[in-house]
Design a protein around this ligand. Sequence first.
Ligand SMILES: [Zn+2]
Length: 282
Amino acid sequence: MPELPEVETVKSALDISLKGKVIHQVKTSGKLMRWPIPSDIGEVITGAIVTSCHRRAKYILINMVKRQQELTLLVHLGMSGSVRIYPAKMAAIAAKTHDHLIIEAAQDNHLITAVLNDPRRFGGVALMPSNTVEQHPLVKHLGPEPLGNRWNADAFHNELKRRKAPIKAVLLDQHVVAGIGNIYASEALYLAGIAPKRAAHRISKAKAEMLTQAVRQVLTQAIEAGGTSLRDHVQPGGEIGYFAQQLRVYGRQGAPCHDCGKPIKMIRQSGRASFYCPQCQR
Ligand SMILES: [Zn+2]
């Protein structure tokens, strides 16, 4: 499942590839994703010039302008979404099963085709006037960005004090802080030395501070790794290089902790796997 750093990498690849280009042609699969792809999407965005790509939580926002109207295409990768980018016309690329949205754009002689593929179709795309993005039902209730200035240890600790749920669940709550997924929640808790089952309201100010830093560190490191793999982002198959990650606990059940050598444990919390070191995390 693409997490925030992967979404950031895809966003950067789309920004490099699409910015300044005019959308020439759009094709959709007509299949239902998490919600229907707007049926008039081709009509609406053909002729638009892409001005920038951003990320909010795990949503990619592609901003464009057409006849002085500012539009935003929101792309959600869901569980299994990926994007391919080709320096070629739409007609020249080999379509794959589960390609749901294909956009061809060009500037001068530079042609790009971007393809959204999603086998499980938990992802989706939505189109809206740019000035309504913050009010969109998917965006409206999102908490602050973990890498943004609005999220800090003080605000986070105040939020934790009101919650009796396990800290892992609170980190995954998109109202508290937006975009942290299962992998990076486990990684950040390990770095901060906090057990995933620990009740949020019992976490001290000092520990909340450490956890804030740990969240930023794991996300930033993963984004930097993605940035490295992005240098050759237009690959022969069009895939954007998802990067091999240096994970400290996630997926390492039974393997020795890098700090103390004790085996990493796996537990299930609300149906989701949490990995932690019982010695280093309290
Ligand atoms: Zn340990």
